[in-house]
Design a protein around this ligand. Structure first.
Ligand SMILES: [Zn+2]
Length: 300
């Protein structure tokens, strides 16, 4: 059996680091005045997720497809205030909720120039976890670092805050993989990057190139099928990773897309999901369900 995890990084529309600011700034707002840039809330744009995720959300709900969401707490907090109905639709028992920073912090300060102190990082991840748990009345166990960048303290902090797993590390592989225990006792669910010399060429299992028009859907589907066919280990997994806003916002062109283009992007993902579902021995799941089924986590 090969598990497929559909992983949605649910953050402000194109979260980018800004020099001198701990919080991310939406790409669209990067040219705003300082008083907007310094405000984590005002510098967050969520239109892309609201407009872009609507159609695929209906599909996921209708199909009851297990999906994991890594929420930037600020974005989901804004949605709860401005679009309470949208929040309600996200609150499904077959969805797993995880955390993705409070304001999409660059934990190591690689591009902001301000690395977070250990205590500050602890407090921010704690605040994010608590806010997301409160909004969905659930306990969250999974974390994905903004920009996929962990600090030297993150894994220890995750353990202290009762997370069970992290999913912020790339692993080169041309087949499905198995999670592993890190030195702090957290389970790591890496994200696959295929080797350059493989049939899939160097492909991150993020759908960024698909939504940016750099790779076609046919190529993506056949690469995932290849990954599945190469898989040898039972109960291994492959994740499909994408951003909530990417159906409605093109980063390179820095523009929002038309309804027709949103529809097209939605259909791309539906096609990928349905093609993979047709393969025998493939099951859509989430890291939490994987842990429960493999008896590494007690069912709650
Ligand atoms: Zn993100």
């Amino acid at each position: 059996m090969v598990y497929i995890f559909l992983c949605i990084d649910f953050d402000r529309d194109a979260a980018f680091p800004a020099l001198g600011h701990k919080h991310a700034v939406s790409k669209k707002r990067q040219t705003e005045l300082q008083d907007i840039l310094t405000d984590p809330e005002k510098s967050a744009e969520i239109q892309g997720s609201i407009e872009g995720f609507d159609q695929i959300l209906s599909f996921l709900i209708q199909r009851k497809l297990p999906t994991v969401f890594y929420f930037e707490a600020r974005t989901i907090d804004l949605i709860s205030k401005r679009y309470p109905e949208f929040l309600k639709r996200l609150n499904q028992s077959f969805f797993e909720m995880g955390a993705h920073g409070y304001d999409h912090e660059d934990l190591i300060g690689k591009e902001t120039g301000i690395p977070l102190e250990k205590k500050e990082e602890f407090n921010l991840i704690k605040k994010a976890k608590e806010r997301i748990e409160e909004l969905f009345s659930t306990k969250i166990i999974g974390f994905r670092a903004p920009y996929m960048r962990l600090s030297e303290n993150t894994q220890k902090i995750l353990m202290d805050l009762d997370f069970v797993y992290d999913s912020s590390i790339y692993q080169e592989s041309d087949e499905a993989i198995i999670p592993y225990l890190d030195e702090y006792g957290a389970i790591e669910f890496p994200v696959i990057k295929t080797p350059k010399e493989s049939l899939m060429k160097g492909m991150y299992t993020y759908l960024w190139p698909l939504f940016e028009g750099k790779r076609g859907i046919k190529e993506i589907v056949s690469n995932y099928i290849q990954l599945i066919h190469n898989s040898t280990e039972d109960n291994s997994y492959i994740s499909i990773n994408l951003h909530s806003w990417h159906f409605a916002y093109n980063v390179e062109q820095n523009c929002y897309l038309s309804q027709k283009e949103i529809r097209k992007n939605t259909e791309f993902l539906i096609k990928l999901i349905t093609k993979l579902e047709e393969i025998e021995g493939v099951r859509f799941s989430t890291p939490k369900l994987w842990l429960e089924e493999n008896e590494l986590l007690r069912k709650t």
